[in-house]
Design a protein around this ligand. Sequence first.
Ligand code: ADP
Ligand code: MG
Length: 319
Amino acid sequence: MKEFDIIDTFFRKGGHKRKDVQLGIGDDSAIVSIPVGQFLAVTTDTLVSDVHFLANTAPADVAHKALAANLSDLAAMGAEPAWISLSLSMPEADLDWLNEFSNALCQLTEYYSIQLIGGDTVQGPLAVTITAQGFIPEKNAITRAGAKPGDWIFVTGTLGDAGVGLDIAKKQIAIPDPDNAYFLGRHNRPTPRVLAGTLLRRKANACIDLSDGLISDVKHIIEASDCGATIQVDKLPLSSAMKNNVSADSAFKYALSAGDDYELLFTVSEEHRGNLQVALANANVQVTCIGQMNGNSNNLTLKFEKEEYPFDASGHEHF
Ligand code: ADP
Ligand code: MG
């Protein structure tokens, strides 16, 4: 199958269509309109086979993951997703793979009301690059740089589940069903916190999505905001599957350092804490306060109950 036939068969017809797309797939570029008063947030993520996903990952799971990584980045800025582009590299035209992948992607565009507006299709090692664009009201973007000493640190959802799922997929641990399926689902089909992201606008001071792992992502906020942070490790939210199947010690290790949860971590002042918690609760978004920012530049302290573990980059392994 030729490039144009692949595009026509798998990517051109299906999927959600938006009114703000003047020209979609088929010409030299797409043409879209941006609403007055909105800024555009733009992000790209590439998943390479054997690097970012196991080579035997189901094509539908690759679609979920590639899209989630991008929508999660938009959510972390407070942006609402609108359009995506897809650059696909494949060793040869694998029609079954393309069929499953494109069906999943089309369904996801319906779910998130976004449109696939273009891309590129090339021969090469299996890799999926998605670029996502979304709207954010002018000057409402939430960056990593806005955290202030005294801000409370919150996370959405539960932490570490995707890391357990990865170890199951790699056959390094075995967990009985149904929790097995839960962990694999968290690893293969993460949920980007799109709604939560938009609710943080004008209330949260800083936000980041948890893709590399809590410690490393908190450090990004600390550096960008020139602050310090204390994380109360015993407060980290763990799923019941995690509590029931994984020892407390390794559960906290997963929660602190495993990646790919795609939850949001945000900081909020005492003043806005209450109304933000109400807004999130009304939208059914679970959040947990896990610590507080302070003025100690570049310092991350992990606390377990009353005990302190001053943190240095090389030192968290033996926690
Ligand atoms: P050009 O050579 O002008 O860059 P292409 O031949 O690569 O255009 O692509 C033709 C059209 O199909 C373009 O509108 C492009 O955006 C779109 N397209 C190509 N690959 C994909 C893909 N994997 N998913 C969605 N759209 C695609
Ligand atoms: Mg091209």
